[in-house]
Ligand binder design. Structure first.
Ligand code: AHR
Length: 527
């Protein structure tokens, strides 16, 4: 059958202009002997917002408590209760923004419980995440202190599901207003004279699910109401982020986008998509997986590209000027929790597979930066696809952490469109493109090319042409791989997965032949 022939294993795929799949090429006539990549250094108009490299930290398991917050009296070195080692490690990533306090927790959180003297703060039950008691010792002032220590922008998600418009409006006022008012007086009494700047505000979280199980029409009305009463105080301009769809819910996107009033009331909307190897009931182990599960994970994570394309097409229909941003403010691998840990704490180990998933997604976001203005991996510490794991005083930097460190060269750089012809990575009767990539030019004129080879068994040669350059002066790079697909970094053992200097490439004129090892990610700097 014709269609079958076109999608058979080993058929090459042609991605044109910023990785958009435009055609599939027949194996018989045009399968490349090498993988071919053209970097259009002569083009480039969109900026890869640094906010694509954002993070998400919820009151969940040991993300906040034990992760960031140990309290002022802890023997673990801290600044006003916040771990020094964690701040140091995250600053290395130049993390641009931090989303807080949830997640599902956000729609149960009442911010006034988390201000004032700690001994007076009421506790609550964290019903979503393990039913544990939340003592509210980490609240607004502690979060703002954390962001100041990290030198990142705060992104606060307000309670729409079980909160009130009044509550959110007062939170915005408490944090950002310089006027004389009961809220600003309260802030001053609690030790903060000057207002903070907080641009990013989420109007609820997953209101199609844990945030109230709303229909899109109902949520759109509620969003408009909440948005109306959230004010710009002084020069603090709000970026109001509406709750967007869950993965492939294109109807939710359409409903939110089609009404001009909805569009006027938001500057962005979110998209949540998690990579789950099997299914939500039995997701699969973070560390005990085989080759076929590695493949499946890569296949499922590549779905992000299709979703962004389809959601963007709907957004383009109503907002061709691309005023409204798409914020992928929850993404990453979601595995089964580690055996013996609290199922409500979502604690999972992090292997080379997670590193590749991070890199594949970051390349996708870069390539769609004309619409994707922010993304937040879930979640920074001890929860889901974390950057850092902590155990008492010890910390571990995960393979995903290193991908974020390697990719920081793309922050606020100009996207250079790429055209990629990749071989298939074949598993049984199924296929996925082996190679992924994105490229950018930074403020100093240096070109950075990130590339992944998701084939776990085979190195691939990629012939890269830098169209617009005559000769490549200087090329350097680093790559991350490991001996085994499930290698990870763990407590009380030497680190096994981290980037190393990469030199497996040959320059000739304006071309570079790169040999990407099996199951690897590489970032090259080209001058
Ligand atoms: O990141 C864990 C949870 O996943 C978040 O709380 C929720 O928004 C999503 O369903």
């Amino acid at each position: 059958m014709k269609t079958e022939r076109w999608i058979r294993p080993a058929v090459a795929v042609l991605f044109l202009s910023a990785s958009v799949l435009v055609s599939q090429i027949k194996q018989e006539s045009r399968t490349p002997s090498v993988n071919m990549l053209t970097v259009r250094t002569d083009l480039g108009k969109s900026t890869i917002s640094k906010h694509i490299y954002g993070h998400f930290s919820e009151h969940l398991g040991h993300c906040i408590y034990g992760g960031y917050w140990v309290g002022e009296d802890s023997p673990i070195p801290n600044t006003r209760g916040i771990r020094k080692d964690v701040v140091k490690a995250l600053k290395e990533l130049n993390i641009p923004n931090l989303r807080w306090p949830g997640g599902c927790f956000a729609d149960e959180y009442h911010w006034k419980d988390g201000i004032g003297p700690k001994s007076n703060r009421p506790s609550m039950i964290n019903t979503h995440w393990g039913g544990v008691t939340e003592n509210n010792h980490f609240g607004t002032h502690e979060f703002m202190d954390l962001c100041e220590q990290l030198e990142c922008e705060p992104y606060i998600t307000a309670n729409v599901g079980s909160g009130t418009v009044y509550e959110m409006a007062q939170w915005v006022e408490y944090i950002t207003s310089d006027a004389i008012s009961p809220m600003t007086e309260l802030r001053k009494q609690n030790g903060r004279e000057k207002p903070w700047k907080v641009k990013f505000w989420g109007i609820g979280n997953e209101n199609w699910g844990c945030g109230g199980n709303m229909t899109p029409d109902y949520y759109a009305d509620v969003m408009r109401q909440f948005s109306t009463f959230c004010r710009n105080f002084g020069d603090n301009r709000l970026t109001k982020i509406a709750c967007g769809p869950n993965s492939e819910n294109y109807n939710w996107m359409d409903v939110l986008m089609k009404e001009p009033v909805n569009r006027r009331m938001m500057q962005a909307l979110s998209l949540h998509y998690y990579t789950v190897c099997h299914d939500w009931r039995k997701k699969g182990s973070a560390t005990q997986f085989d080759e076929s599960e590695w493949f499946l994970t890569m296949k499922k994570t590549r779905k992000m590209e299709e979703m962004i394309q389809k959601h963007s097409a709907i957004m383009d229909k109503y907002d061709p000027e691309k005023r409204i941003g798409l914020m992928v403010d929850e993404w990453g691998n979601w595995h089964d929790v580690e055996p013996g840990t609290n199922p409500g704490f979502l604690y999972q180990q992090n292997t080379l597979r997670d590193a590749l998933v991070a890199a594949v997604n970051l390349d996708i976001f870069n390539n769609h930066c004309d619409r994707v203005r922010m993304a937040n991996i879930a979640q920074t510490i001890n929860v889901l696809q974390a950057m850092i794991l902590t155990k008492d005083k010890d910390i571990v930097l995960t393979p995903s952490y290193y991908v974020f460190r390697m990719y920081k060269v793309h922050h606020d750089a100009t996207l250079l469109p790429t055209e990629l012809l990749s071989e298939w990575y074949v598993s049984g009767n199924d296929t996925v493109a082996a190679v992924g990539c994105s490229a950018s030019r930074d403020a100093q004129g240096i070109i950075h090319l990130s590339m992944t080879n998701v084939n776990s068994k085979k190195a691939v040669d990629v012939l890269c042409t830098f169209q617009g350059l005559t000769a490549l002066q200087d090329v350097s790079g680093e790559a991350l791989s490991a001996e085994k697909i499930n290698d990870c970094n763990d407590f009380a053992k030497a680190e096994t997965v981290h980037p190393k200097t990469f030199q497996d490439f040959k320059k000739k004129g304006n071309t570079l032949t790169v040999r990407l090892p099996a199951k690897s990610v590489a970032v090259l700097a080209v001058k």
